[in-house]
Design a protein around this ligand. Structure first.
Ligand code: FDA
Length: 398
């Protein structure tokens, strides 16, 4: 092996969090090397938001994140806000728009966000080692040694930014968890999140609705999201379901309100107004026809005048809280993010530094902080990357 290259910080993982951290530390004077086993950085950024990258959400706040410690993200999110990233996007002349629910997207392409981050890294003199696996990481005498592609690098700071295991075909791995364990950090059981849910064979009628979408309120436990749900040939997807999937626990039921805008008693009122109408016809005025057919069939209600008011009230109740019992999710292969990861109790919420391993930082999706759908996960990547980048640079004088 050649001579060891000496640096101030080695960052493992060139995704959103690692790139932000590298740029911030580099621009504050740290000699930074960013290592990624993929041949190019920012692959998830490139495919995010349908190729337009939903780069932040103006409503980002700790209560829109899942974590073993719901307060952990407050400090970093408070010190690097959506407006800070918007300012950066504006400085780079990238046009953007708000789509819905505070979600900001590039007008052009997600490539612009990767280019922004690479420009910021270049301004900080960040060096890159891409396309080669990390074969060894050791820690002794306050220095971390990392072996990559037959070379050895050493630095007093190591930043773990290797993300979670969602979408392995893009280079995602659970490498970070193994490394964190090596340094005595605890891992909160990772599971796929923002992921489609699958329905059992008994729900074949609904699975036949593949492609049908409708606005719902989806619920799991205390969480509720009002957005679109989409039926797929395997079960349920769409933003409302993806959001709920992060809260759903295997074995649990989810509730779906198919008619969130209907006034209480609307079905018995419909019976008085149109006694000869059939339920599927009435529902088709409010929902896609195919869905209306399946719901009416399941409810066993035909002509409204033939049904007792009590039966209609019960049908209405079920339409407001339809119970689905998913038998699983589509897994890490389809999950946008991972819930769980490196436990926050071992980390400083200000700096992301491991409390018991000075110089070791964990950021981004690798950490047990998971945002809602809609730009929240990138905002966490920017904010945690910024916090660690500043802290890495602050160690220079020590
Ligand atoms: P990220 O996964 O981005 O980066 C980790 C890096 O580590 C990768 O470059 C990987 O190659 C590297 N790595 C892994 N193992 C390694 C190893 N052993 N050695 C070296 N390098 C290694 N969020 C959002 O806010 N808005 C959006 O629009 C979307 N859209 C979206 C679409 C899709 C399809 C997905 C899958 C995800 C999203 N997300 C999103 C989520 C978002 O992409 C995600 O939360 C961030 O990319 C996380 O950033 P990190 O830098 O933490 O990990």
């Amino acid at each position: 092996m050649n001579e060891t290259a000496e640096l101030d910080a080695i960052i493992l993982g060139g995704g959103a969090a690692g790139l932000m951290c590298a740029a911030v530390a580099g621009q504050r004077g740290a000699r930074v090397l960013l290592v990624d086993h993929a041949p190019e950085v920012g692959r998830k950024i490139l495919i995010s938001g349908g190729g337009r990258c939903n780069f932040t959400n103006v409503g980002a706040a700790a209560d829109r994140y899942l974590s073993g410690n719901p307060h952990f993200a407050k400090s970093a999110l408070g010190r690097y806000r959506p407006q800070d990233f918007i300012d950066l996007v504006d400085r780079h002349g990238i046009a953007w728009h708000e789509k819905t629910l505070g979600q900001l997207f590039c007008d052009g392409s997600a490539r612009q966000i990767v280019a922004l981050l690479l420009d910021e890294c270049a301004a900080g003199g960040v060096a890159f080692a891409l396309g080669q696996p990390v074969t060894d990481v050791t820690h002794a005498d306050g220095r971390f040694r990392v072996a990559v592609g037959g070379r050895e690098m050493a630095a007093p700071a190591l930043v773990l930014a290797t993300g979670g295991p969602s979408i392995p075909k893009l280079g995602a791995s659970d490498f970070g968890y193994g490394l964190a364990r090596q340094f005595g950090l605890r891992i909160v059981q990772p599971r796929p999140a923002l992921v489609p849910l699958t329905l059992p064979a008994g729900e074949a009628l609904f699975r036949e609705l593949s492609g049908v979408a409708t606005g719902v309120v989806a619920r799991a436990g205390k969480a509720a999201f009002r957005e679109a749900a989409l039926f797929t040939h395997r079960g349920l997807s769409g933003p409302a379901i993806l959001q709920i999937s992060s809260y759903w626990q295997p074995g649990e039921a989810i509730g779906v309100d198919f008619l969130p805008d209907a006034a209480p008693g609307w079905l018995t009122a419909a019976k008085r107004e149109r006694p000869k109408a059939v339920l599927r016809g009435v529902l088709a005025g409010l929902l896609p026809q195919r869905l209306a057919d399946v719901l009416a069939e399941r409810l066993g209600v035909g002509e409204l005048h033939a049904a007792k008011d009590m039966a209609l009230a019960e049908a209405e109740r079920r339409l407001r809280d339809w119970t689905f019992r998913p038998d699983g999710t589509e897994g890490f292969a389809k999950a946008e993010v991972t819930v769980g990861g490196i436990a926050t109790d071992g980390l400083s919420q200000r700096t992301m530094e491991a409390k018991r391993v000075p110089g070791l930082f964990c950021i981004g999706e690798a950490v047990d902080v998971t945002g809602w759908l809609g730009g929240y996960n990138f905002q966490w990547a920017w904010a945690s990357g910024f916090a660690a980048g500043e802290a890495v640079a602050a160690r220079l004088g020590e």
